[in-house]
Design a protein around this ligand. Structure first.
Ligand SMILES: [Zn+2]
Length: 182
């Protein structure tokens, strides 16, 4: 080991500080990336589409972003996460998916879970839960539309494993949906 001229205790303290700083940085970055997915959801709504957004980040750097395009695009399956896969493939960046984290404004539906899995995704962080989405999207007395199986449940059956981390900051994530569905 190269002598740094500081005591062993100081070295340990420095390492601990670095670890803490790295931890704080990672957490802060993670939060910002999830916030960005919420912003994309708002953007999708402003475009005239459903309020969902998703992005891929590798080592905290955004590689690609996507918004829902089911109304303004030619494809009713253009959910944000499936769009993200298509954008990554179009731009020759699909190879980065296994090394990154997908941040989604809402828990991905089974179609998007499948698309992300087959494209190589291994980890997804999301805001709003599908259960809460159904709550906010269903008018009183109307029949709820959506799936009751969770993305996590599907991911746990995947090989290799597709991990989901959510719901997170649901109140914030729900803001993009306020007054949208009915
Ligand atoms: Zn979907």
């Amino acid at each position: 080991m190269v002598s740094t001229g500081v005591s062993a205790d100081a070295t340990v303290a420095t390492s601990a500080d670095r670890l803490r700083d790295t931890y704080i940085w990672v957490m802060a970055d993670h939060d910002a990336l999830l916030t960005r997915s919420f912003e994309l959801a708002v953007e999708a709504r402003a475009n005239g589409d459903h309020p969902f957004g998703a992005l891929l980040a590798v080592n905290g750097e955004i590689v690609a972003e996507a918004v829902n395009r089911v109304n303004t695009g030619p494809d009713v399956t253009a959910h944000a996460e499936t769009e993200l896969v298509r954008i990554l493939e179009r731009d020759g960046k699909l190879g980065q998916l296994p090394d990154g984290i997908v941040y989604a404004s809402c828990e991905p539906c089974p179609m998007c879970v499948g698309a992300m899995f087959w494209a190589g995704a291994r980890r997804v962080v999301y805001g709003l839960s599908a259960e809460r989405l159904i709550e906010v999207a269903t008018a009183p007395g109307a029949v709820p539309i959506g799936f009751t199986i969770t993305a996590g449940d599907i991911g746990r059956t995947a090989s290799p494993l597709l991990e989901f981390d959510g719901p997170q900051r649901e109140d914030e994530a729900a803001e993009a949906h306020a007054g949208f569905w009915y």
